[in-house]
Design a protein around this ligand. Sequence first.
Ligand SMILES: Nc1ncnc2c1ncn2[C@@H]1O[C@H](COP(=O)(O)OP(=O)(O)OP(=O)(O)O)[C@@H](O)[C@H]1O
Ligand SMILES: [Mg+2]
Length: 361
Amino acid sequence: MNKEYYIGIMSGTSLDGVDVVYCEITPNSCKLLASLEYPMPLELKSDILMMTEGKNSLEKVGQIEHRLGVLFTQAVGTLLIRENIDASTITAIGSHGQTLWHAPQNGVSMQLGDPNILAAKTGIPVVADFRRKDVALGGQGAPFAPAFHEFIFSNINASVSVVNIGGMANITVLGDKLIGYDTGCGNVLLDMWVNAHYNLAYDKDGIWARSGDVDYVLLDTMMADPFFSQPYPKSTGREKFNQAWLEEMIASRKDTVYFRPLAQNVQRTLLELTALSISNEVLKFNTDVVLLCGGGAKNTFLVERIKTLIPNIEVAIAQNADQIEAMTFAWLAYKRIHNEEVNLKDVTGARENTILGGIYA
Ligand SMILES: Nc1ncnc2c1ncn2[C@@H]1O[C@H](COP(=O)(O)OP(=O)(O)OP(=O)(O)O)[C@@H](O)[C@H]1O
Ligand SMILES: [Mg+2]
C-alpha cells in the first residue's frame, strides 16, 4: 500500500495553541507518528480576540495574516527538527488557518495564516482555504471533522457518535448517511469567564465550576437561545458565543427578581450548558458509544456531567483525542492532493461533495 507523509496544522477557536501532527496516510488509514503543541503568543491571541470583537484596524488584519503564517511555519519547523524529518519526504501540509469570522449565511468564512510563508520557508506544498468552496456551494463550511471521523472510526463494531469539545463543540453520528453539526459552545465561555476572574487560560479539570451551584434560571435562559433548537446543518463560533452573549443572558435572566449570580455559579452553569447541549444531541441518536475528543475531554468534571446526563450510553475518550482535529487537516490535504471529493454535503448542507482546499506550492 502506498504510504505518504503529511503534516496537519490546527489552530482552533480556543486560541490555546497551534497543534501540529505528522501522519502516515494510505487510502484507508491515517497513523499519527508525532505531534506538537506550539504556544500561541499572548499578544497575538489578544490581537485576534480584539479582531473578533470588531475592535481592530484593517492594517492589523494584514499583520495577523502574516504573523500567523510565521507562527505556523515556526511550529512546523520545530516538529521537523525535533523528529529529524526530512522536509522532502512530506507530500503536503494541510493548514486549517485561524478562523477570524465565520458567517456562512452571508457567504463568509474568514481564516488567516498566510500559507505562502509556510510553502516558501519549508519548501513543502501547502493546502489551505478548505472551507470556502463548501460555503460557495451553499454549505456551512463547517464542521469538517465528521468526514475524518467517518474515515477513522467506521470500522468500530457498534453504533458510534463522536463529540469534539474545542472552543465550540460538534457531534458526528456515523451511519449510512453521515450526520455532523455544531452543538453550540464547548470551552469558549468557560475559558472566558475564568480568565476574567482569575486570569487563568482555563479552569483545570473544572475545579472552579465544581465549587459553584447551577443557576437553573440562567441555564434555562441560555438553553432558550434559538441556536440550540435550530435543525442541522449548523455551525457556530465566537461571533455568537462570546462575552456579549453571556452578559446578555445574565442581564435577561428570566426571574421574578433580578440579581447578579455569583461568579462561581456562572462558571458551574456554563459547564452545565456545555454538558447539557452536548448530551441533548447525543441522546437524539442514542448510539451505543460516544467518543469524546478535543481539549474539553480532559475536563474531568465536564466528562463526569456528560456521563451522568447520558447514563445508558458508554462514554469513552477517543484515541489521539487531542490530535484528531489536526489529523483531519493532514488527511484533507491528502484528499486535495489526490483530487478526491470529501463526503461532507450531508453535514454542511452544500449542494454537492467537492474537492476542498487550494494548493500553495
Ligand atoms: N485539564 C483540563 N481541564 C479543563 N479544560 C481543559 C483541560 N485541558 C484542556 N482544556 C480545555 O480545552 C481547550 C482547548 O481545546 P482544543 O484545543 O480542543 O480547542 P480548540 O483549539 O478550540 O480546537 P477546535 O476549535 O479545533 O475544536 C482549552 O482552552 C481548555 O478550555
Ligand atoms: Mg486548540
